[in-house]
Design a protein around this ligand. Structure first.
Ligand code: NAP
Ligand code: GCO
Length: 265
């Protein structure tokens, strides 16, 4: 098997919101395949923490302070990246937030904030890099979707609306820019052990597992939560020449949740 197919040598990869969590792990995976890593986070403190984490892994990443919802900041950061690292070959729209609030208790401002980060921002950042990808003869865009791109549940109305929209934005970018050799796909993690899901796994006062933790174990054929590293191989695949004819696809990495009715209680 020609492993050049999965090589990212000489490619510039921008992973948004990648000081830690899934973004950080995806960045490590792309680096291990040969990519040069660029990331941003919302504040200098987080970027500095991220740079220290990359350094500890021996990764000479470049970090930028940029709120992905701020179009001017994103465009300025894209120019800086092009000047300091080179034009972006691989964009991973990873930055994201969630607010777990019953819909009737959620304010419109809170709803808009989630849509802004999880849907508007991937549009803004993709728009900032597509012209240079076209000039370069192609590129890869990977949008980090979710189980909530396909399913709903109580308290995550804004997040599900955003991630559902992100699935369709992914398909539309694939449709509009495939002719320029740009492949845009989604990566749909299942339930992954990161700070974002820590509240769902908190031990109960009696030391038992969180009810939601037990629920996810019963809903997952693999009978475990995912770890960020479970996303490494799928991310390298979608970032590499191995997926040059995969476009507009959402690759779910969920241990089988979407295929399974769930274990009988
Ligand atoms: P996380 O631990 O909360 O990390 C999210 C990252 O995004 C943080 O670095 C955060 O920075 C950054 N961020 C948030 N708002 C930003 C903004 N406006 N501008 C720039 N950076 C911003 O989340 P995660 O679990 O790693 O999730 C990463 C992505 O995977 C998200 O899109 C999430 O929806 C998705 N996802 C997660 C799971 C899961 O089970 N964990 C499953 C499916 C999909 P700060 O810390 O500075 O705010
Ligand atoms: C939740 C979780 C999920 C995960 C992920 C699942 O509250 O249901 O946070 O939304 O973050 O998106 O794929």
């Amino acid at each position: 098997m020609n492993n050049e197919l999965f090589s990212l040598n000489g490619r510039i990869a921008w992973i948004t919101g990648a000081s830690y969590g899934i973004g950080f792990t995806i960045a490590k995976a792309l680096y291990s395949a040969g990519a040069k890593i660029v990331f941003n986070d919302i504040g200098q403190e987080q970027v500095d923490k991220g740079l220290a984490s990359y350094k500890a892994e021996g990764i000479p990443a470049l970090g930028y302070v940029c709120d992905v919802t701020d179009e001017n900041a994103v465009n300025a950061t894209a120019v800086k990246i092009e000047k300091e690292a080179g034009s972006v070959d691989i964009l991973v729209n990873n930055a994201g937030i969630i607010k777990r609030i019953p819909m009737t208790d959620m304010s419109a401002a809170e709803f808009r904030q989630v849509i802004d980060v999880d849907l508007n921002a991937p549009f803004i950042v993709a728009k900032a890099v597509i012209p240079s990808m076209i000039k370069k003869g192609g590129g890869k865009i990977i949008n980090i979707c979710s189980m909530m791109s396909e399913l709903g549940r109580e308290t995550v109305s804004a997040y599900a609306a955003a991630k559902g929209g992100l699935k369709m934005l992914t398909k539309n970018i694939a449709s509009e820019f495939g002719q320029y050799n740009i492949q845009c796909n989604g990566l749909g993690p299942g339930y992954i052990e990161t700070p974002q899901t820590d509240p769902l796994r908190e031990k109960q006062s009696d030391g038992s597992r969180h009810p939601f933790d037990q629920f996810i174990i019963a809903k997952t054929p693999a009978a475990r939560w995912g770890k960020p590293h479970d996303l490494a191989g799928p991310a390298v695949f979608l970032a590499s020449a191995a997926s040059d004819f995969v476009n507009g696809h959402i690759l779910y990495v969920d241990g089988g949740i979407l295929a399974y009715i769930g274990k009988q209680p």
